[in-house]
Design a protein around this ligand. Structure first.
Ligand SMILES: [Zn+2]
Length: 626
């Protein structure tokens, strides 16, 4: 998740202390969301909050779990009205925190009728044919009681004929009205609903697996729901492989919620018993469908164990107004980003070659593609998450590197476990120990840095604290490729593009002349120190001409290749702030694409790590649910 907004944290602390609860703890709050106006991008909300007389403070969720920042969509809350005993109750927003509302409840009033509308932000969660409802967008809750101790009874009105899927337990369904069983606020917020006109559910529970798993898909067209039998089998394998990796599950059943649309934001958000993943409409019809499913859904699924069940104590807060500390995101997101592709490869969603190209592209982007490493340690990318953002200049800012650097860093951990245990232990032993324990449903077990170090030591004795601190605080220009090298491989650059493009695949000009350029010529990122940067080009400019001709990507590619055999510079015509400049780049190294190649003196442990742990005959074809 990369949406956030600056919050006033110090001021908020004062708000929390001053909040006087006039809501009655223990009574269930009925919450009705009328989504019949979804196609007009409006959700209508009605809550009946039990209250007593006196001051009342209500919160709109601010720090959303999994988003790692104070980015609850408060700007879309509109039409707010409170009524009690037939009279309007006035409200005032807190002077220091826009997510907080203050009211004075008159004597003799015991229920507060609360109504508001949520404007579906355009392009985010709803189209004419589908919607994904994250409950944090449509709930106000009384201050002073942990979310786990507040009870909600939610109902949802859907457009006629729409079907839906969710991990929320259902009380009953009549016509287009769905009533859910009473549930705690934290589980309500943790259990999104997907609904749509074009809807399909596929059972992907592996043979012999006692816990039910299904995919709930809604799309902007019927055709987009055609997940291939091969992908269905690989998704079933993913569930089976997760069972082998972790040994236990921490949920009652599991729903992969998948929205397929070009008109929703594309991201994934993890939950204990489901994940909210959103891909382009035709993602399942493309040759790269396994790559998309393995890249996004496997990551979000791993979060059920790593992030939702085992969660950094700093990121665990009692309710959504309390700020989170994000310094352990390299564990929460970094380990997940390593294990997601690992499971994608073990389940067949990714080929071994795609996995190798993925590692090569990350190693390149975090090595020669990341001069920002020299000023900003990995740890700071985690700590800075809630407030530090910005467009362009990613190579110098670093942004959310705690995700992808986690792939390399935790691969190195996996190879150290293998080496130090003389092949007796693996990363699987760590996962079974760290993420293990009885299945008590959606439970949170927090950890600190020291507890993580202790858990690693339990698997194999090693100075893990020094290792982790070195990696976290390094300002070396080089990517941490120890795991790749320990695994018997190395990163090389040559003139041939990767056959299977990883998440960071793309043109060969990033590691050659040194910028990432869009199809339209926009320079998304110019690598600080690269030949293009030295010539004067930077992020935000637009290339409009190459060697005297109007720009197109092929022309630039040809120019880079041709310059290899001459001493002539490459000349680019570049627009910036309505001015046009000419830049000459003296680069003669040809195109450079990253690859992983075997270092033959070492045994191959990387392929060993991604081999399937289940016998193929154990997996069964997926079943359609009506
Ligand atoms: Zn994640």
């Amino acid at each position: 998740m990369q949406r956030w907004r600056l919050g006033s944290l110090l001021c908020l602390a004062a708000v929390l202390v001053l909040a006087v609860p006039a809501a009655l703890i223990g009574e269930t709050i009925p919450l009705t969301v009328d989504a019949t106006g979804t196609q007009q991008k409006l959700l209508r909300v009605h809550e009946v909050i039990p209250v007593k007389s006196g001051p009342l403070t209500l919160y709109y969720p601010k720090w959303i779990p999994g988003e790692h920042g104070p980015d609850g969509p408060i700007g879309s809350l509109t039409g707010l009205k409170f009524e009690a005993a037939g009279k309007t109750i006035p409200w005032q927003r807190d002077l220091l925190d826009v997510y907080t509302f203050h009211l004075q409840i008159p004597a003799g009033v015991n229920h507060l009728d609360t109504k508001f509308d949520f404007i579906e932000p355009e392009g985010n969660s709803a189209t004419d044919k589908l919607m994904v409802l994250e409950w944090n967008a449509v709930v106000l809750y009384p201050a002073g009681t942990p979310a786990q101790q507040q009870s909600y009874e939610a109902s949802l009105l859907l457009p006629d004929g729409w079907k839906f899927g969710t991990s929320l337990p259902i009380e009953n369904q009549a016509g287009n009205r769905v009533s859910f069983k009473p549930i705690s606020l934290d589980m309500l917020v943790d259990s999104p609903v997907i609904a749509g006109e074009y809807f399909r559910t596929i059972d992907i529970t592996p043979a012999g697996e006692p816990i039910h798993h299904e995919i709930n898909m809604a799309a902007d067209s019927a055709a987009a729901l055609n997940m291939s039998p091969e992908n269905q089998k690989q998704m079933t394998n993913l569930v089976a492989e997760s069972g082998k990796l972790f040994g236990v599950r921490h949920y009652r059943d599991y729903h992969f919620i998948l929205a397929l649309s070009d008109h929703v934001a594309h991201f994934g958000l993890e939950h204990h018993e489901s994940n909210d993943s959103r891909l382009p409409e035709r993602a399942l019809l493309e040759p790269s469908s396994g790559m998309s499913l393995g890249g996004l859904l496997a990551h979000e699924f791993v979060h059920s164990w790593n992030g939702k069940f085992r969660r950094p104590a700093d990121l665990t807060v009692p309710y959504y107004e309390e700020p989170m500390k994000t310094d352990l995101l390299w564990g929460y997101e970094g380990l997940t980003d390593y294990l997601g592709p690992l499971l994608a490869a073990r389940s067949g969603l990714w080929t071994p070659e795609q996995y190798q190209d993925h590692l090569a592209s990350i190693a390149a982007s975090l090595g020669p593609g990341r001069p920002g490493r020299t000023w900003r340690p990995l740890l700071d990318t985690a700590i800075g998450e809630p407030g530090v953002s910005g467009r362009g200049w990613q190579n110098w800012r670093r942004g959310v590197d705690y995700y992808e650097e986690g792939d390399l860093f935790w691969l190195e951990v996996a190879t150290i476990i293998h080496r130090e245990s003389h092949g007796q232990k693996s990363i699987d032993d760590f996962c079974q120990s760290f993420h293990g324990g009885a299945n008590r449903g959606a439970e949170v077990k927090t950890y600190t840095f020291d507890e993580l170090v202790g858990a690693l030591k339990l698997v194999v004795p090693f100075d893990w604290a020094t290792f982790l601190n070195t990696r976290l605080n390094s300002t070396s220009a080089d990517a941490p490729v120890g795991g790749i090298e320990n695994g018997g491989w190395k990163v090389v650059f040559d003139g041939k593009p990767a056959k299977s493009e990883g998440r960071r695949g793309g043109p060969g000009d990033v590691y050659s002349i040194g910028f990432e350029v869009g199809h339209d010529g926009a320079v998304n990122d110019a690598i600080v120190g690269s030949p293009a940067y030295q010539a004067g080009i930077s992020s935000g400019m637009k290339i409009i001409g190459v060697n005297g001709r109007v720009y197109n990507p092929e022309l630039l590619e040809d120019a880079i290749k041709a310059a290899k055999d001459t001493t002539e510079p490459i000349t680019l015509l570049v627009a910036v702030d309505e001015y046009i400049n000419t830049f000459t780049i003296n680069y003669h190294g040809g195109q450079r694409y990253p690859h992983l190649v075997r270092a033959s003196e070492q045994p191959d442990y990387i392929d060993e790590l991604i081999k399937p742990r289940i016998a193929v005959k154990e997996s069964s074809p997926a079943k359609e649910n009506k």
